[in-house]
Design a protein around this ligand. Structure first.
Ligand code: NDP
Ligand SMILES: O=C1O[C@H](COP(=O)(O)O)[C@@H](O)[C@H](O)[C@H]1O
Length: 603
């Protein structure tokens, strides 16, 4: 089995082993980078292969890491194609241009470059739960540049040692790489520092700048600020960071966490304010669902497998479902949540982003701008949501097995009588040639019976119904369904009809199943790891551009306003249940059954 790796911890676009020795490199891209099995990112030999149509030889260019004078060396060696195939098979491959690899290599190993990552709001929940653990995981995997420093910044008073103690409590090591874990943690923590300051104080940020400079020690400074703070202080912090602590001789980038406003107007105002201090290419709007492994894989599945793309349209797909559920309520985050609700918290961003990747046309290339252009196009082809094509719900208290689970409004930070939805289901439509008439159903809820996120693609019925004696009239039982289980227990499976072995003619439903835990031994990185690494590398593909954001808000703003103006009362559902029955009626209107509540024993 070929393991996936690269010159980096990972690189773009992703790789594939050459399948058959007879392929004569017909499908091998012009430049192929072979990583060393030791997987130290930039010590790998770079090999670029040039296809030579009719010969059995390819030219292999071996690129050495940059010399001290900055020049790269390259030697062309003719290599027998079988040898190449063996190399390709036995090594870990990544397709990237030699120039790109060299630029990355020099950035990561360059003695004269430094990267400082400042977590603004370091005392908070997200910083502790996700950001510091992700940074440690990157360090553990040798993915951080040689000269990096991490600063925590917040108002709370803390010493460096106290920050380290706080951070150390949430660090974990890769299950498959436990060795030297303690040592690695100690090394990592030594690179973490803390600076206490106000978010609107130029003086405090100037003091941070001074400390950053001390750590940069005369090297070119590249600075990443991660705004892990409530949205009402984003602009203050951006203003101060950009005026008093941005890099003088390298790049400055800012990761902004959602929420990006609460409707079209507030989002546009946020963008406008951010752009007073930053260029668009410095703003990294994070949607962590885009960093999830199976969401990343969606484009690979679509565009690198011949069997899927021809089916990817109204001609063969009956409906598509995007489902998010959590088996816990808003415990602890009710104050934030009540101002947003599930539609803004999950649908307008996470589910819509997945939908855009699912439904977009083939991009010109895998470049960030090409992908984001296609996402914007498909979002702009969608109909804004309407009240009539939505269901909203809110969880109520429920007692089960002697345990009483609270209602949403039992949370002390939630105003009494709040009508904020904790559940929503909606039917969306894309008015373009590919998807005309296909319902894209979304469903998201908190305090449901299980935790999960998945995409379900239900195909049309097989015409003719040759096996009607087995299936009867309920053709839904026989419909092919492709399920992309984003989490937990990542998997991609296709439900097919199969003959039960034996002398009779009995059919059953089976799964062609790519179950990640069984297929890959490597632990799947957390979404924040991928996204942080991308921001460090300046890769914008998985971050939201401002026009994407505008298009997304245009779809949701009218219905959100109507819900609030009309004070629409949600349908109450018990904590731990499958959610409001209204969601079934909604689906039924489009002749759809939710796949997750399935008719199969095994969903
Ligand atoms: N937590 C999560 O799971 C997720 C969070 N997010 C987003 O990430 C960002 C950070 O989230 P999270 O860590 O939960 O937020 P917190 O509420 O924990 O806030 C982070 C830090 O900001 C400071 N802070 C909090 N409230 C205020 C205030 N009113 N005025 C000034 N400073 C304040 C506090 O630091 P101090 O007092 O020390 O200055 C706090 O530790 C938010 O934008 C959130 O929406 C997005 C997805 C998930
Ligand atoms: O952005 C958010 O996401 C989390 C769910 O993220 P996951 O990676 O754990 O699935 C959700 O709980 C939270 O309400 C929302 O703000």
């Amino acid at each position: 089995m070929a393991t996936i790796c690269s010159t980096h911890c990972r690189s773009y676009p992703s790789l594939q082993p050459v399948s058959s020795p007879s392929s004569k490199l017909g499908h091998v891209p012009q430049h192929v980078t072979l990583s060393s099995s030791a997987s130290k990112r930039f010590l790998a030999a770079k090999v670029s292969l040039k296809s030579q149509s009719d010969s059995n030889q390819v030219a292999v260019h071996t690129h050495q890491p940059q010399q001290s004078d900055g020049a790269a060396t390259a030697a062309a060696v003719p290599v027998d194609i079988d040898t190449t195939q063996k190399l390709l098979k036995s090594e870990l491959l990544s397709f990237t241009s030699a120039e790109e690899s060299q630029a990355e290599a020099s950035f990561y190993n360059n003695e004269n470059e430094s990267v400082s990552i400042t977590v603004v709001g370091a005392s908070g929940d997200l910083a502790k739960k996700k950001i510091f653990p992700a940074l440690f995981a990157l360090y553990y995997e040798d993915c951080l540049p040689k000269h990096f420093t991490i600063f925590g910044y917040a108002r709370s008073k803390m010493t460096d040692a106290e920050l380290r103690t706080m951070v150390s409590k949430t660090l974990t090591c890769r299950i498959d790489k436990r060795e030297n874990c303690g040592e690695k943690m100690d090394e990592f923590l030594k690179r973490c520092f803390y600076h206490s300051g106000q978010y609107d104080s130029q003086e405090n940020f100037a003091a941070l700048d001074k400390k950053l400079k001390e750590h940069e020690n005369g090297k070119a400074s590249n600075r990443l600020f991660y705004l892990s703070i409530p949205p009402n202080i984003f602009i203050d912090a951006v203003k101060c960071a950009s005026s008093s602590a941005s890099s003088g001789n390298g790049w400055t980038r800012v990761i902004v966490e959602k929420p990006f406003g609460r409707d079209s107007e507030s989002s546009a105002a946020l963008t406008k304010s951010l752009k007073q201090y930053l260029r668009e290419d410095q703003i990294f709007r994070i949607d962590h669902y885009l960093g999830k492994e199976l969401v990343e894989n969606l484009s690979v599945l679509r565009f690198s497998n011949l069997i899927f793309e021809p089916l990817w349209s109204r001609q063969y797909i009956r409906n598509v479902q995007f489902i998010f559920s959590e088996d816990f309520g808003t415990e602890g985050r009710g104050g934030y949540f009540d101002n947003y609700g599930i539609i803004r918290d999950i649908m307008q961003n996470h589910l819509l982003q997945i939908l855009a990747l699912f439904a977009m046309e083939t991009p010109v290339s895998l470049d960030a701008e090409d992908i984001r252009n296609e996402k914007v196009k498909v979002l702009r082809s969608m109909r804004p949501l309407e009240l009539g094509t939505m269901v909203i719900g809110q969880y109520k208290s429920h007692t089960k097995g002697g345990v009483t689970y609270p209602a949403y409004t039992d949370d002390k930070t939630v105003p009494k009588g709040s009508l904020t939805p904790t559940f929503a289901a909606a039917a969306l439509f894309i008015d373009n040639a590919r998807w005309d008439g296909v319902p894209f159903l979304m469903k998201a809820g908190k305090a449901l019976h299980k935790k999960g996120a998945e995409i379900r693609v239900q195909f049309r019925h097989v015409p003719g119904n040759l096996y009607n004696r087995t299936f009867g009239t309920d053709l839904d039982r026989a419909t092919n369904e492709l399920v992309i289980r984003v989490q937990p227990d990542e998997a991609i499976y296709l439900k097919i009809n199969n003959k039960v072995p034996g002398l009779g003619m009995k059919l059953d439903r089976s799964h062609l199943n790519l179950h990640y835990a069984a297929r890959y031994s490597k632990e799947i990185p957390d979404a924040y790891e991928r996204l942080l690494l991308d921001a460090i590398e300046g890769e914008r593909r998985l971050f939201i551009r401002s026009d994407e954001l505008d298009a997304a808000w245009s779809l949701f703003t009218p219905v959100l306003k109507e819900l609030e103006e009309k004070r629409v009362v949600p349908e109450y559902y018990p904590y731990g249940s499958r959610g409001p029955v209204g969601a079934h009626y909604l689906a039924a209107r489009y002749n759809v059954r939710w796949g997750d509540l399935g008719i199969d024993m095994d969903q």
